[in-house]
Design a protein around this ligand. Structure first.
Ligand SMILES: C[S@@+](CC[C@H](N)C(=O)[O-])C[C@H]1O[C@@H](n2cnc3c(N)ncnc32)[C@H](O)[C@@H]1O
Length: 239
């Protein structure tokens, strides 16, 4: 791990937090890993279910999450999801571990009407279409890494420091689908879903479960987002 390395997953937490609907009483974090995002969610949501199939990750998540987080050892594709629907289902870098179409349909059924599915995951590189993003990511990774290292050394926060569990986290380094393919699958499985490439080797997938008889109106997606515009990436902020 180099001095300039930093946690791209943590960087996108705030982007996902901004997608949470209101009210947001029950949230599911799919592939919660060591629980860092579930702990953040717990400050906004009444209750968080943090699910992972890795016993090591769930053990780590139990150490850092507060009482309103239930850490569940289970496989999201195999084990039954709770009958009571969620206001939001979120996921950080786990969707590309799963068979996408089945996962999206399965997760969509676990949302309340107006509930939001928001996921950040890894796309397969697609240099023909995403060369500008790749170049920006390579340059930005180092520039941001240098800035974050300086901020960390000044003692003002963690600034996306890679956690101790990073090395042991289950990873898929060869994701099967490009951003474009994820968009094709997502819009077929969940009409109205939106997918866009984020700079730092991630895509964002958003979908709001329609409210029967009308447009979804209780979620926090803005009018522009419901018409198909995606939210901007977050500015650099305190870690
Ligand atoms: C790259 S890690 C990301 C962890 C965490 N979300 C983070 O951002 O630090 C992906 C996680 O998804 C979990 N995962 C993969 N497939 C899963 C499945 N079918 N059910 C539950 N968890 C799964 C892995 O065990 C792993 O902890």
């Amino acid at each position: 791990m180099g001095l300039l390395d930093w946690d791209h997953n943590a960087y996108y937490h705030r982007l996902l937090m901004r997608q949470l609907p209101s009210p947001c009483t029950r949230v599911l974090d799919v592939g919660c890993g060591a629980g860092a995002f579930a702990a953040e969610l717990a400050k906004r949501a009444g209750h968080v279910d943090a699910l992972d199939r890795s016993p090591v990750m769930i053990q780590a998540a139990r150490q850092i999450t507060p009482a309103n987080v239930t850490c569940i050892l289970g496989d999201v594709m195999r084990d039954p999801l709770p009958a009571e629907p969620y206001d939001a289902i979120v996921s950080v870098t786990a969707l590309h571990h799963l068979p996408l179409d089945d996962a999206l349909r399965r997760l969509s059924r676990a949302l309340r009407p107006g509930g939001v599915l928001a996921a950040v995951a890894l796309p397969r590189p697609d240099l023909a279409r995403e060369l500008p993003a790749e170049l920006l990511a390579a340059a930005g990774h180092r520039a941001f890494g240098a800035a974050f290292a300086v901020f960390r050394s000044s003692g003002r926060g963690g600034w996306y420091r890679l956690g101790p569990g990073h090395a042991s986290m289950p990873k898929v380094l060869d994701p099967p689908l490009t951003t474009r393919q994820v968009r094709q699958h997502a819009t077929a499985a969940l009409p109205g879903a939106r997918v866009r490439r984020l700079v730092f080797w991630r895509y964002l997938l958003l979908w709001q479960r329609p409210i029967e008889g009308g447009l979804a109106s209780t979620g926090r997606l803005s009018g522009g987002e419901r018409r198909g515009r995606m939210p901007a990436e977050p500015p650099i902020g305190a870690a």
